[in-house]
Design a protein around this ligand. Structure first.
Ligand code: AMP
Length: 282
């Protein structure tokens, strides 16, 4: 496994791989790897000749009061896990490599970024789409792997790739969960014992919503209030949003039908957790 902190030499190696007909898969991450990330790496390793893991805590996707400085980092452990997963190249750039002085160019996906996490994190997706575009241009992968955990991010990147004709196939991988249902996240590390215990309510509430819909309920308002009630039963939970949207537009729907995404963000102390559930409703 090769580790690069700068672009030029990595690009030369990737160019050689490409000219030898090797397919390249990219897994972009912010590091502090867990089994969710590993599932993406496993998929890429199984589908490509060369897998590139990028680890970069991208400052432009954090708001001014968010956790950029405290975001968990453990590069040595990440490298070990990457090597075990069969990663060929790890790209760990610094801020000065990714953002040159006078960086003026940003990529924006309209509409899909207005709702859900976009409401409480207004500059987040611009940061994500800009850095992902840069990584696509630097690495030029055939396929890139994203988690359904960040459902809106996956949809936004899919849209961006279509709208801008970026020659990469986006693969969205299922959410990997802890045994008790909590979606794995690097940010789970922030939770104290009591918060961690209560945090399973996200998954439980989504499962409850699914059952209500399976039993025939089609009113988004009714399902949302049941989720709200369930989450509010936990003393430490502070709801950021609960949304039921069409998966195609990410706009709120009144009547639940078709490809539906139920997405939520909930704070426990300073930690903001997200989770979601997709359903195809007839
Ligand atoms: P992050 O390092 O949190 O930016 O995540 C990097 C990639 O891993 C993103 O595409 C995430 O959606 C994905 N990911 C994070 N957590 C999970 C999870 N629990 N299951 C599946 N994918 C995940």
């Amino acid at each position: 496994m090769k580790v690069f902190n700068t672009i030029k030499e990595m690009r030369e190696l990737l160019d050689t791989h490409r000219s030898n007909g090797k397919s390249i898969g990219l897994v972009p991450t912010m590091g502090y790897l867990h089994e969710g990330h590993i599932s993406l790496l496993n998929k890429s390793v199984s589908e490509n000749d060369i897998t590139v893991l990028s680890i970069y805590v991208n400052p432009t996707q954090f708001g001014p009061t968010e956790d950029l400085d405290s975001y968990p980092r453990d590069i040595e452990n990440d490298k070990r896990l990457a090597e075990n997963a069969g990663v060929d190249i790890v790209f760990i750039p610094s801020d000065s490599i990714m953002y040159l002085e006078n960086h003026f160019t940003y990529v924006n996906v309209n509409n899909l970024t207005a709702n859900l996490c976009g409401s409480s994190r207004p500059t987040h997706f611009q940061g994500v789409t800009t850095i992902v575009t840069k990584l696509f241009n630097i690495i030029q992968p055939k396929k890139a792997y994203f988690g359904q955990k960040d459902a809106q991010q996956a949809l936004v990147i899919n849209r961006m790739v279509k709208d801008l004709n970026i020659p990469v196939e986006i693969i969205t991988c299922p959410i990997i969960r802890e045994k008790d249902g909590l979606a794995m996240s690097s940010r789970n590390k922030y939770l104290n014992q009591e918060e961690r215990g209560q945090a399973t309510i996200l998954f439980q509430s989504l499962q409850m919503a699914k059952n209500i819909i399976i039993d025939g309920e089609r009113s988004a308002d009714i399902v949302k209030s049941s989720i709200q009630q369930s989450i509010n039963s936990k003393s430490l939970a502070k709801i950021d949003y609960i949304s039921i949207v069409s998966e195609n537009t990410l706009e709120d729907i009144d009547k639940i039908e078709g490809n539906t995404l139920i997405a939520l963000a909930v704070r426990f102390g300073n930690t903001r957790l997200i989770d979601n559930l997709r359903m195809e409703v007839n």
